[in-house]
Design a protein around this ligand. Structure first.
Ligand code: GDP
Length: 306
């Protein structure tokens, strides 16, 4: 068996896939490159790398990602960088004849007003949420690249759509992070500094589904093995919470006893984003890490690594 290239192994998803492959006994097959060693947006460098290393499997977990404010503020960066990474890596993987490539998308590819829970068939049936449409269109282009290379070149590639993720290695920067790490940091610092209140963006009523990244990594390794379908496949936990409920759960985990203040100057984004995971469940996989347990473990990680 050849090497397994995890593109983006320094990130939240890539690092979890590496841990999962190591614990499954594939550690000696891992092929990893830092951003300094290989710029995934540089198509020539990526092609030369693939020709030299000839990996057999590719997990395409590299992406420019961020929370609602970062997406809304830097849409040009989000669309450009993701398109460049996807086109470089997928084309090079095709030329080097990899056995299989797994592309990671995002649940924001679905229309803002998609039916809930969102089936894979909702893709391209309606208008996108404007706060992250640039990122979403880049990820939709990735799905179409996978379909196109499969159709024209017979490439064995699949697209996996995870819901909102969290876990060790997440980004805790308040301007660019997603909601879960942001609130964890805000509540922790408020408790440590004895503050009476914490600001929660938006109205608190949007609903989101949160998947621990170790669950996602397990699902990815499972799907690399078991799924060859041309259509994307959702990965989620099958239930969601409101942002208010999430904030209360994190406040309890941290031990913050002050007030939450909802900041209406910040966007709510899409009202609800719950994935229909029946396709994945039928294949025999389901998420195992409950939100409270995942939050406790992530808090422990953050305390040790900040
Ligand atoms: P989204 O799922 O793409 O909308 O990404 P986010 O994780 O950034 O935001 C999810 C929801 O949490 C939105 O309704 C945000 O307004 C809300 N939210 C509340 N407080 C925060 C915060 O401190 N940071 C972020 N990023 N979102 C927050």
């Amino acid at each position: 068996m050849g090497a397994i290239f995890v593109a983006g192994h320094g990130g939240l998803v890539g690092s979890a896939i590496v841990r999962r492959l190591q614990s499954a006994g594939f550690g000696d097959r891992l092929l990893l490159r830092t951003r300094a060693e290989l710029d995934l947006m540089d198509a020539t460098a990526v092609r030369v790398f693939f020709e030299r290393e000839r990996p057999s499997q590719v997990y395409l977990a590299a992406a420019k990602v961020g929370g609602i404010l970062a997406n809304d503020t830097f849409p040009a960066d989000f669309i450009r960088e993701n398109l460049l990474i996807e086109t470089s890596v997928i084309h090079a993987a095709h030329l080097a004849k990899v056995d299989k490539l797994l592309f990671l998308g995002s649940s924001c590819i679905y229309p803002r007003m998609a039916p809930q829970p969102i089936p894979e068939s909702a893709l391209l049936t309606g208008a996108l949420e404007p706060t992250n449409s640039a990122y979403a269109i880049a990820k939709i282009a990735g799905i179409e690249l996978v379909r196109a290379y499969k159709k024209q070149h017979g490439m064995n590639a699949i697209s996996v759509m995870p819901t909102n993720l969290y876990g060790p290695g997440d980004n805790f920067d308040l301007n660019s992070s997603h909601v879960l790490p942001a609130l964890m940091r805000k509540f922790l610092e408020a408790k440590e500094h004895g503050l009476a209140e914490v600001s929660v963006w938006g109205s608190g009523s949007p609903r989101r589904e949160f998947l621990h990244v170790d669950d996602l990594a397990e699902a990815c390794v499972f799907l690399m093995d078991r799924y060859d379908g041309g259509e994307p496949i959702n990965v989620g936990v099958g239930e969601d919470v409101s942002i208010r409920e999430l904030a209360e759960t994190i406040a309890r985990a941290v031990g913050f006893e002050g007030r939450m203040v909802f900041d209406a100057t910040k966007p709510d984004g899409t009202p609800r984003k719950l994935l229909d995971v029946s396709r994945l469940t039928q294949l025999g996989w389901r998420a195992k890490i409950a939100l409270v347990d995942g939050i406790a473990a992530t808090l422990e990680w953050y305390r040790a690594h900040r």
